[in-house]
Design a protein around this ligand. Structure first.
Ligand code: HMH
Length: 217
């Protein structure tokens, strides 16, 4: 079993709970309430801030130009596609500026932000990859449950969030992240354990992030 598969299996309970979460079920069948989506998007916009910073550190910490360019391309599409999705939803849901820019953070958002900034500050490639891999792989897994575009909900606020995490380019990026992570599996047991802890905490927080959207909405 690869390093990535080994870590995913070791936190299968939280992983499966996040992928099969009630939030995801309702997003996929189009029954997600606006109050829940609104809470989720406001918190996720704050998540994106640290995530983009982490991608920037990945550009800096990657061992080769070819790897740096992969992160640079993802940063580019994050700044266009993904940001447009947030702006469109913020308009549609009439979310005030203060909530877009400076909301009160839930514990899950604060903990996730702290985890990303800790990984960033290590400037250590396997740690940075561990957080990126969980965030992207777990999203690919829930979005894969949606099947093909014909079976997606019709509202763009739902369908577009699925499309951003269920398309051939996104799946190729996640497969690349997994291989990159496996290729830098630390030989040192102590460092390996640290990477595992980072991975495990990220999976726990993905689940908590969905829990908190449902609880608040
Ligand atoms: C909380 C969370 N995890 C992962 C992603 C996908 O990067 C996201 N947008 N938000």
């Amino acid at each position: 079993m690869s390093f990535a598969e080994e870590l995913r299996s070791s936190c299968a309970e939280d992983w499966d709970a996040a992928v099969g979460h009630g939030f995801v079920n309702r997003l996929l069948d189009g029954s997600l309430r606006d109050s829940v989506l609104r809470h989720y998007l406001v918190q996720d916009y704050q998540f994106c801030d640290a995530f983009v910073a982490l991608l920037g550190q990945a550009v800096a910490s990657a061992p080769s130009l070819s790897s740096r360019l992969v992160f640079a391309k993802v940063l580019g599409s994050f700044a266009s596609d993904e940001n447009s999705y947030f702006q469109d939803c913020f308009e549609e849901l009439a979310i005030p500026e203060a909530e877009r820019d400076n909301p009160e953070l839930t514990i899950a958002t604060r903990d996730f932000d702290a985890l990303m900034r800790r990984a960033l500050n290590t400037r250590t490639y396997p740690n940075i990859l561990a957080v990126l891999l969980v965030a992207e792989w777990l999203y690919a897994d829930w979005a894969a449950r949606a099947g093909g575009p014909d079976s997606w909900p019709t509202a763009p606020k739902h369908a577009e969030w699925i499309r951003l995490h269920n398309n051939p380019e996104y799946n190729a990026w996640v497969a690349w992240l997994r291989e990159e992570f496996n290729a830098v599996e630390p030989p040192d047991a102590v460092i390996r354990e640290r990477v595992k802890d980072t991975f495990t905490e990220a999976v726990r927080l993905e689940r908590a992030f969905f829990d908190s959207a449902i609880a608040a909405g």
